[in-house]
Design a protein around this ligand. Structure first.
Ligand code: KIV
Ligand code: NA
Length: 265
């Protein structure tokens, strides 16, 4: 595929091709992620944690999300760019939700938006879709509701919550979402949901019975090192590599080993 669109992703599911998705929050990283062939780049509100050091995703603003997304969009040639609607930018009413989504599309150039929740945000999603803006749903562990959950542990282990999640997924498909993220739920439930709908289900901590996977870039590169959920596979240990490179630089400067004769004018 030359350029990934929301239509491409639905076709990929129909053809049984798994979808790869990673987060990115800036130009330089997005250029690498896009060049490496990732299908979907998520400008996640996890930028609140990863980029700004907040404990939760709640503080990040719409303006800040737009700033991150605009840098990502400038870098990409192939990937689909999905941008999270941050906490507070869509919950109060559908018109506000649409205004926020329009700002993301106009000011960042992103290709789609993602928002958390099921039937609580149904009217907002419909408004956004009516304006021609593609929407990705997000169910299961929805971090913007962390103060309601009280913990980041696995969701939908009980029948009641699992039944609501299944209904919400069907509803999101019915009203026209192009994909759904399922975060931190039992693999069996995620597989059942993926098999019950024709739009792609992208999992994080949701097993391999879904249509694609997403991870936070800085986590999978091993830049963050104090976070060890079971679902996280670290493909590098950048934390260690960066620390040793940077301390080597410090040593070289102190010892006047840098710059050498070739590294000056
Ligand atoms: O903000 C984020 O990084 C996300 C993914 C974990 C799905 O929403
Ligand atoms: Na998010």
């Amino acid at each position: 595929y030359k350029r990934i669109t929301v239509k491409t992703l639905v076709d990929m599911k129909a053809n049984g091709e798994k979808i790869s998705m990673l987060t990115a929050y800036d130009y330089t990283m997005a250029k690498i992620v896009d060049g490496a062939g990732v299908d979907v780049i998520l400008v996640g509100d996890s930028a609140s944690n990863v980029m700004a050091g907040h404990e939760t995703t709640l503080p990040i603003t719409l303006d800040q999300m737009i700033y991150h997304a605009a840098g990502v969009v400038r870098a990409i040639e192939r990937s689909l760019v999905v941008v999270d609607l941050p906490f507070g930018s869509y919950q109060s009413d559908p018109k506000e939700a649409l205004r926020s989504a329009i700002r993301i599309m106009k000011e960042s150039g992103g290709h789609a938006v993602k928002l958390e929740g099921g039937k609580e945000v149904k009217e907002s999603i419909k408004r956004i879709l009516n304006a021609g803006i593609p929407v990705m749903g997000h169910l299961g562990l929805t971090p913007q509701s962390i103060y309601k959950f009280g913990t980041y542990t696995v969701r939908a282990k009980e029948d009641e919550e699992a039944d609501k999640l299944k209904e919400d997924a069907l509803m999101l498909e019915r009203i026209g979402c192009f994909a759904i993220v399922l975060e931190k739920i039992p693999a069996k439930l995620a597989k059942e949901v993926a098999e019950s709908i024709s739009i792609p289900v992208i999992g994080i901590g949701a097993g391999n019975g879904v249509d694609g996977q997403v991870l936070v870039l800085h986590d999978m590169l091993g830049m963050t090192h104090e976070f060890h959920p079971r679902f996280l596979r670290r493909y590098m240990n950048l934390y260690e590599d960066m620390t040793s490179s940077i301390s080597q630089y410090v040593k070289d400067v102190k010892a006047v080993e840098f710059p050498n004769d070739e590294e000056q004018y």
